[in-house]
Each structure stands twice: as structure tokens, then as C-alpha cells.
Design a protein around this ligand. Structure first.
Ligand code: PA5
Length: 445
């Protein structure tokens, strides 16, 4: 049985599956034959099965050398060069790692995912109290946010350790030949890893983009890749439609979209999965939101957000569908004890595990939302382990490719991301943007 199981019994789509089956199969064929738009970015499909032991060992060795030198590793990147690593590290870390005495291994923090002066100031102040190393990640090598952060962090590391030692504390992950970061890394003599040309940012978590920071955080990357490998097989085009979780998910969400459910909320009852949802939002938002089409990807952490967004989900605009990442079992055991006084009236829960209460909250919420007109898709994982998270990430990637082609868009480009950059460069007087600068200032008067 596959690690990832999908349950669409409460999505209200069973009567429509037959009608969409041939379209989804066609989309799968287009994806796997490489005959669709964006087919020069399909390298992610066989990443899990093509990563070999030598590649993993090189990533692990580099991660180990950073871990040996530093107790604070700053990972610099944005979008697809940030969210995959952040998602896995958050999912696999103790919720309270910062409070744990004697926690072993370095802390991994992120920069370059915003332009906040206070964020960078505070990071560098904190870094002053630690031994530091950095991983700078940019496929294009020219993205402004990470470039600004890296300039500052590079200078800080060089001042502290000297240029020669700094070069051993900085690793770059970028294009094989192009871009400012490649040039800089070559000049400075950094260890580098290559992001394959045919893998787009949001599909790059299983390249060194994700694997190096994840290994630097002390997480088992071989297990992560093995989980993804299982799902590469489980979502292959040879797997029948009814048994293929990626095809089923793509089918269900496209049926619902066509019925007017324009927003998909990804819900998780484990707070550690918050950044898996952030990663998922980029994956689906950037892949499908174009040509004035696409499901808007949103997310909630439950049960917390039942006390904020729950009202809207239950009774607001009826354009929502909900996909729940349902975790089979927690990693630890906490039982609710009986209390003689029972002042809180909770003795009816005595002897139960907290996870049982969480499970009933999940089931009760699912039924309430379905009754309220929010179709439900359930994506089940057995527990939060590197293997299962690797499987989950690959499952979502595979389904995204199929879903995008079923929707009729190119799931592998992101032309809309450039619009803000053009305006920002014009406003910052970047050479080459003089005319745009003049025009945009007139608009802002
Ligand atoms: O998915 C994408 O392609 C984007 O989100 C990029 O990952 C993001 O813009 C960062 O780009 P780069 O890695 O070139 O700095």
C-alpha cells in the first residue's frame, strides 16, 4: 500500500470522475511524454530515482563540514530556493528546539526571503553570538532579495574569519554556468552545487537546493529521497487512474474548480506542517495561477485557525474546497489524566491520548465543513518522518504537473513574477531602467 493515500469520498466528485478521467489521463501522458508546454522543465519527475549515492554523499559531506564549523547556518534564498528546505526542516524539527538544553547540532535559519532591514539587522546581531556558516541558493543567481542578504552576510563572515576561512564556510547552489552567483562563487573559490537546468525553483526540493540545507539541519536526506522514490513509482503513468493518488487529486480539484470552488484551503492538524503548506501554496499558485485561471491556494493550521478562520470556512462564500493533510499517528505519547476535582469538566477525556482528541476534532470538522458546503479531500500520511514527508512532497509535485495540464496552463513557467521586479528596479534607478523610472514616478505623484 502506498505511503500517501488519498480519500475523495467527501469531495462530492464521484459522479464526475468518469467524465474527467480521459482528460486527466491525457494530462498525465502529456507530462510523462514531455509533449506539453514547459517541457524543458520536467527534470523533477525522475529526480528521486536518478539521485545516486555519490551525489547524496557529496551533499552530506558538505553539510557535515558546515555542521562541524558552525552552530548557526544561514540559508539564503527565496521562493523555490527557500520554501522546500524550510518546509522539511520545520516538519522534522522539535516544536521547541530553541528551548531544549543541550540540543545537538546547529540551528538553520533563513535569509534573503524578504527585504526587511530589521530582519537582517537582527539576524546579524544574533549571528555575532554564534559560529556561522552560510548556504546561498539562487538558480538565476540574480534575484534581488537573496543577493542583498548575501552581500551583507558574506561581508560579515569575511570580516569575522578572514577571506580564506570564509570561503570554507560558504557554499553556493546555483546554475552550472550562468548568473552573477556562479561567477562570484568561482572567483571566491566556494564549494558549489548545481541546480539542473531542467528543474524549476518550486520543483527543486530534491536537488541540492533543498537537500543541502536539510542535511545541514541534521535530517536524513536518504530517507527523504527514498520516500519520494516510492511516490515516483506510485504516481507513474502506468498506475491505473483509480489507484494513482496524484491523478485522483488532480481530478478531484479540477472537477471542483469547474463547479465554482475557486479556493483550495490546505489544512493540517500538526503545526509542524505550516511550512509544508507554504511550500504547497507556491507550488500550486505559481504553477496554475495564470491566463486568468487557477485555484487560489490558501492554508490553515488547525485547530488554531478554527478559532479565527473557522467561521468563514463554515458559513462564508461557498467557493471553498478543503484538502486536509491527515497524519495517522504522532511521534510521542501524551495521555490526559483523570482529575479528582474535575473542575474543568474534562474527566470524560481521562485515559485518552491528545492525538485521539485531535483526531475527533479533525473528523468533526470535516463533517461540519462538508455539511456547510465545503468539499473535502483527505491526503493521509502515516506519521511525520523524513520518508513520509519526501513521499508527500513528491506526491504534490506529481499531482501539480497533471493538474496544471488538466487546467490547460503551462505549469512550469511563472511570467507574472517579473512584473513587480520591473517596477522595483525602475524605482531604484537600476541601470537600464531609466525610461521606466521616469514613467513610474509620474504615476506615483
Ligand atoms: O519557483 C520559482 O521559479 C521561483 O519562486 C524562484 O525559485 C524564485 O524566484 C527564486 O529564484 P532564484 O532561485 O533564481 O533566485
Amino acid at each position: 500500500m502506498s505511503t500517501i493515500r488519498i480519500n475523495i469520498d467527501n469531495a462530492g466528485v464521484s459522479g464526475d470522475l468518469c467524465a474527467i478521467e480521459s482528460e486527466v489521463k491525457q494530462a498525465m501522458q502529456t507530462l510523462h511524454e514531455g509533449s506539453g508546454a514547459g517541457n524543458d522543465f520536467l527534470g523533477w519527475i525522475h529526480l528521486p530515482s536518478s539521485i545516486d549515492d555519490a551525489q547524496l554523499a557529496d551533499i552530506q559531506k558538505t553539510a557535515d563540514s558546515l555542521r562541524a564549523k558552525a552552530n548557526l547556518i544561514i540559508v539564503i534564498g527565496i521562493g523555490g530556493s527557500y520554501l522546500g528546505a524550510k518546509a522539511v526542516i520545520e516538519a522534522m524539527s522539535d516544536n521547541f528546539r530553541n528551548l531544549r538544553k543541550g540540543a545537538n547540532g546547529p540551528t538553520v535559519v533563513f535569509a534573503g526571503q524578504n527585504l526587511s532591514e530589521d530582519y537582517l539587522y537582527e539576524l546579524m546581531q544574533a549571528a555575532g553570538e554564534h559560529e556561522v556558516a552560510a548556504v546561498v541558493i539562487s538558480k538565476s543567481g540574480t534575484t534581488t532579495e537573496p543577493a542583498v542578504a548575501f552581500r551583507l552576510i558574506k561581508e560579515m563572515i569575511e570580516k569575522r574569519y578572514g577571506k580564506a576561512e570564509a570561503a570554507t564556510r560558504i557554499v553556493a547552489v546555483t546554475d552550472a554556468a550562468r548568473g552573477a552567483l556562479r561567477k562570484l562563487a568561482t572567483q571566491e573559490g566556494y564549494k558549489t552545487f548545481v541546480i539542473p537546468d531542467n528543474v524549476g525553483g518550486r520543483f527543486s526540493v530534491l536537488t541540492p537546493v533543498g537537500l543541502l540545507p536539510i542535511a545541514a539541519a541534521g535530517i536524513d536526506i536518504a530517507a527523504l529521497v527514498n520516500g519520494a522514490r516510492e511516490m515516483e513509482a506510485a504516481t507513474a503513468p502506468t498506475v491505473p487512474f483509480a489507484e494513482n493518488p496524484a491523478a485522483q487529486y488532480a481530478a478531484a480539484r479540477n472537477i471542483l474548480y469547474r463547479k465554482g470552488y475557486k479556493t483550495e484551503i490546505l489544512a493540517a492538524y500538526e503545526p509542524k506542517l505550516l511550512f509544508v503548506a507554504e511550500w504547497w501554496k507556491q507550488l500550486y499558485g505559481e504553477s496554475e495561477g495564470k491566463d486568468h485561471k487557477g485555484i487560489f491556494p490558501a492554508s490553515v493550521t488547525l485547530t488554531a485557525d478554527l478559532h479565527s478562520m473557522g467561521q468563514y470556512i463554515q458559513q462564508g462564500e461557498r467557493t471553498l474546497m478543503e484538502t486536509v493533510i491527515s497524519v495517522g499517528a504522532p511521534l510521542h505519547t501524551v495521555k490526559i489524566e483523570s482529575d479528582e476535582a474535575n473542575l474543568d469538566g474534562l474527566n470524560f477525556l481521562a485515559g485518552k491520548r491528545v492525538s485521539e482528541v485531535n483526531r475527533m476534532a479533525e473528523l468533526g470538522t470535516m463533517l461540519a465543513h462538508v455539511d456547510g458546503g465545503v468539499p473535502n479531500i483527505k491526503v493521509e500520511i502515516p506519521s511525520i518522518t523524513p520518508y513520509n514527508i519526501g513521499a508527500l512532497l513528491y506526491f504534490f509535485e506529481a499531482a501539480c504537473g497533471i493538474s496544471g495540464y488538466t487546467l490547460g496552463v503551462n505549469p512550469f513557467d511563472q511570467p507574472g513574477v517579473e512584473a513587480y521586479k520591473k517596477n522595483m528596479f525602475a524605482l531604484l534607478d537600476k541601470p537600464g531602467y531609466e525610461a521606466e523610472g521616469e514613467a513610474i514616478r509620474k504615476r506615483l505623484k
